[in-house]
Design a protein around this ligand. Structure first.
Ligand SMILES: Cc1ncc(COP(=O)(O)O)c(C=O)c1O
Length: 449
């Protein structure tokens, strides 16, 4: 419940950026790595629920959630309490060298969220990219093969192994030299731009044919492939969901050839789509699942969960100094309880509510090409012309900037998509504000077309 000083919708009290924010921006330009990709000048100071306050006291409604991380909102009292209690008891010991009950308790909780008959085991790390690195290593170790297949548009991280899989924007790979060998990419089933005119339910059969009839025959035999890695909904690639049949067929192909199916749930997982894991919508059981972002409400924690029959590597094969840090785990335990006890259901309900109100935007706004996603992972693709589907990154950026100036935080995704990925606790009043503001900004931006 908001206190008297708190608000549920934006409250702007200065021009943006405000005077204190301007000072930080100047210092940032002097001191920080220029590789960071800030979209607008928000200088955050505090957060509660779905609200972020900047350093000048302006309050914003957060439909970005720290890149889909703050699943339970900002500084949820139960999460803060769990973190504070644990920090006063034990901050670090290293789960690589010593045992921690925290790790087994969270592993049990996580495994319980994953349907399927196989028992599973867990490895904890610190970031999404570390989960993917570990998954790559485990797949290679378990299969004694080295080839990896990923999808165009995918984002799996920025360290050199995961970057070898990432194929989202060439700036992310450029000038970094040779990456992992043995990695190939195939197209992702992107229904809005499907060359074969398929629907969101049927797009992708030609890609599976390409995989089996071309790649497996001409590049390398399936017996050489360690893993196929896929995001069930591409995050950085434009919030593009893969059809259920596509994931099911991929699983069939992997099973047939002893290939590990790695599902990257770093952005789509932890209740955001209305189920614990987005792959559940397709009813599959991956060999390895990568998790991060929403798992610990902002504390740095990641995990990969693998079938017991896959996670058989020997002592010393893999480790991490901070992985499974007790404070991060305390935050994750509180987070998973909150997600299980209402926020996942709220994500499903509010996702339906928002889709119900915006699914016809392509009819109502000439710059909206597509509205897609699941639960509270919603992508709006901005085009210059609905017939040609010309991508309009400039219009997309203008809409995002206008929304910021009206107090609504969103992020871009892919070349020309805007993502809505709020904390899972938003209510109708907040959804209505976001929809109304988005519509106003679309209308204002369209005046320039
Ligand atoms: C699907 C996916 N995988 C991996 C990553 C990498 O996560 P991190 O930035 O925590 O390394 C991201 C980050 O956006 C992601 O969206």
């Amino acid at each position: 419940m908001p206190t008297i000083l708190e608000t549920k919708t934006p409250r702007l009290i200065t021009a943006l950026p405000g005077p204190k924010a301007q000072q930080v921006l100047a210092d940032d330009a002097r001191l920080m790595s220029p590789s960071l990709t800030r979209e607008y000048p928000l200088v955050a100071k505090k957060g509660y629920g779905a609200i972020v306050e900047d350093i000048d006291g302006n309050a914003f409604l957060d439909f970005a959630a720290g890149i889909a991380v703050c699943s339970t909102g900002h500084c949820h009292p139960k999460v803060v309490e769990a973190i504070q209690k644990q920090a006063a008891e034990l901050i670090h010991i290293s789960g690589t060298d010593f045992y921690l009950q925290h790790m087994t308790q969270l592993a049990e909780k996580l495994i319980a969220t994953m349907p399927g008959k196989d028992h599973k085991k867990v490895f904890f790390g610190n970031s999404g990219t570390e989960a993917v690195e570990g998954a790559i290593k485990l797949a290679r170790y378990a299969t004694k093969r080295d080839k990896l297949i990923a999808f165009y548009g995918c984002f799996h991280g920025r360290t050199l192994g995961s970057l070898s899989l990432t194929a989202s924007k060439n700036t992310q790979r450029r000038h970094f030299g040779a990456l992992l060998g043995g990695v190939e990419h195939i197209p992702y089933p992107y229904a809005y731009r499907c060359a074969h005119g398929h629907t969101p339910e049927t797009c992708g059969s030609e890609i599976l044919e390409l995989l089996e009839q071309q790649m497996f025959r001409r590049l390398f035999a399936p017996e050489e492939v360690a893993a196929i890695i896929i995001e069930p909904i591409q995050g950085e690639g434009g919030f593009v969901p893969a059809p259920a049949f596509f994931l099911q067929e991929l699983q069939r192909i992997c099973n047939r050839h002893g290939i590990m199916l790695i599902v990257d749930e770093v952005q789509s997982g932890v209740g955001r789509t209305g189920k614990w894991w987005a792959y559940e919508h397709a009813g599959i059981e991956p060999d390895i699942v990568c998790i991060a972002k929403g798992i610990a409400s902002g504390m740095p924690l990641s995990a990969f969960v693998a079938k017991e029959s896959v996670m058989t590597w020997k002592k010393g094969s893999h480790g991490s100094t901070y992985g499974g840090n007790p404070v991060c785990i305390a935050s994750a335990m509180a987070t998973l309880d909150l997600i299980a006890n209402g926020y996942m259901e709220n994500a499903r309900k509010m996702g339906e509510y928002i889709f119900g109100r915006i699914h016809d935007w392509p009819k109502r706004f000439k710059s909206v090409g597509d509205v897609r996603g699941k639960g509270l992972m919603i992508g709006i693709e901005i085009v210059r012309d609905q017939k040609t589907k010309e991508k309009a990154a400039d219009l997309r950026d203008a809409v995002i900037d206008k929304m910021f100036h009206k107090g609504l935080l969103t992020l871009s995704s892919g070349e020309n998509t805007i993502r809505m990925s709020p904390p899972l606790l938003i209510d109708e009043e907040q959804a209505d504000f976001a929809i109304r503001t988005f519509e106003e900004c679309l209308r204002e931006t369209e005046k320039s077309i």
